[in-house]
Design a protein around this ligand. Structure first.
Ligand code: PXG
Ligand code: PLP
Length: 449
């Protein structure tokens, strides 16, 4: 085995000799470089690693390749587009595909979300939404409405606005002064442990919004930003009525509600968007990831007519810019081609229905891990789940890390982050593949010290 590994590594100059210059994002670089995990190709629900092993993709990449890997429809659309129009300036010009994709997104998102602003990632979508919210109030003659409210354990990307409204402490700690924000509590409560799907308890935690409004005054608050269910924070599903109550408080006090649907969008819950799943509709929605099935970086912010018209209804001359914001690669033609092909797959294969069908099976499997050593909580919604692992003394991360690496070695990729393991398989997977994935996961949790 040792010899085989040595031979294979010698065929992999990237991993063995040249890896040092590469600084991995959100990774333990020192430990990784001792024994790199190298993915060389993918197909359907599997990766192939540098040793030729097949590994089940238990997180759809990083929650983005939900329709399965290497879809030829997307590859062909991207290839065609690269030969037709590789780039065109996003500021003051359009190309046909960006118009088409804006319409597709308008049509697929809930009624009332009608105006699409493109970005190149979820982090940029969040920054865009936060700036849009503040600028909206500025245009409405209320420039003092700037405060932002997120949630504890919310994840809104890695940029400064996102880590300010998000609240995963290690993501904030080293970076000094952030943008002022308050945070509503999360609802991981002892009485919610091992809830199947939407938990029962914690609706009263939505009252904290009213307390914050009392404290700061609605006239100083721009927006509340939440994930319909928290993904990275460990699949935290809000209780019945929670999002509804946030919506009602926002309406009452004239505060915007932003849903960050970077993970919950495009079917993950078993509804097309988290907004529909919970029956609560935001003023602004952030999208990314599965918008292109993870193939080409792209995000989008979808705003209501009220927001858009707030910008357009101005006394400034028509040739002036209404929203002084945008990115070099906003609405990139190649990303649009990928997005359109991905939307075709999503709709033609009725993948939301597929998630809805698989979700009860997934729920049985993940809750089947209850009682396994070290498992302190299991949470799930649609095809998303998290298994919370008891820390080793003060080290939250060590056990999930060891379990995740053991799974990888046995042919399953799951993500470990903080004290949880996260599972979000491609929508196109089969029940037998899920059986196998959960057998591996169960063995690896059971065997960890
Ligand atoms: N908002 C939400 C809700 C997200 O989940 C982002 C914004 C940022 O998107 P970009 O494209 O800038 O990364 C995300 C990203 C995990 C994990 O392990 C989650 C994300 C990214 C990487 C890992 O759960 N979410
Ligand atoms: N930094 C510099 C010096 C730039 O000129 C630009 C864009 O023109 C950026 C950063 C932002 O890059 P992007 O539009 O890709 O976010």
């Amino acid at each position: 085995m040792a010899i085989k590994q040595k031979q294979l590594l010698s065929e992999m100059p990237i991993a063995q000799t040249n890896i040092k210059p590469y600084w991995l994002p959100f990774s333990s670089n020192r430990k990784f470089k001792d024994n790199p995990r190298v993915i060389v190709s993918a197909e359907g629900c599997y990766y192939l690693d540098a040793d030729g092993r097949k590994i089940f993709d238990g997180l759809s990449g990083l929650w983005c390749c939900a329709f399965g890997h290497n879809r030829p429809e997307i590859a062909e659309a991207v290839n065609r587009q690269l030969l037709e129009l590789d780039y065109s300036p996003a500021f003051q010009f359009v190309h046909p595909l960006v118009i088409e994709l804006a319409n597709r997104i308008k049509d697929i998102t809930p009624a009332g979300l009608d105006h699409v602003f493109f970005t190149t990632s979820g982090s940029e979508s969040v920054e865009t939404a936060l700036k849009m919210a503040r600028a909206y109030w500025h245009h409405k003659g209320k420039p003092e409405k700037t405060r932002l409210i997120g949630r504890v354990r919310g994840y809104h990307g890695a940029n400064f606005g996102g880590i300010s409204v998000g609240r995963i402490e290690p993501n904030r700690l080293p970076y000094g002064e952030l943008i002022t924000a308050d945070h509503l509590p999360h609802n991981i409560l002892p009485e919610n442990a091992f809830s199947r799907g939407i938990p029962e308890h914690g609706i009263e935690l939505a009252d904290v919004l009213e307390e914050l409004i009392d404290q700061h005054g609605a006239s100083n608050i721009a927006a509340v930003v939440v994930e319909p269910f928290a993904g990275s924070g460990g699949v935290i599903v809000p209780p019945h009525g929670y999002l509804q109550q946030l919506r009602e408080s926002c309406n009452k006090h004239d505060i915007l509600l932003i849903f960050d649907e970077v993970i919950s969008g495009f079917g993950r819950t078993g509804s097309t968007f988290g907004a529909e799943h919970f029956g609560v509709f935001p003023d602004i929605m952030c999208l990314a990831k599965t918008l292109t099935n993870g193939t080409i970086p792209m995000g989008a912010v979808v705003a209501s007519a009220m927001i858009y018209e707030g910008f357009m209804d101005t006394d400034t001359p028509e040739h002036t810019v209404e929203f002084t914001h945008g990115y070099t690669y906003s609405g990139h033609p190649v990303a649009c081609a990928a997005g359109l092909a991905a939307m075709d797959i999503f709709e033609q294969e009725k993948l939301t229905d597929r998630v809805h069908e698989l979700a009860p099976y997934f729920e049985e499997l993940i809750h089947g891990l209850r009682g396994t050593k070290h498992v302190t909580d299991i949470r799930n919604i649609g095809l998303a789940g998290a298994v919370q692992i008891e820390p080793v003394s003060n080290d939250l991360v060590r056990r999930p890390f060891d379990i995740g690496v053991a799974c990888w070695e046995k042919g399953l990729y799951v993500r470990w982050a903080g004290d949880t393991l996260q599972i979000a398989p491609p929508y196109v997977c089969e029940k037998e593949q899920l059986d196998e994935a959960f057998n591996i996961l169960s063995d690896c949790i059971g065997e960890v010290a």
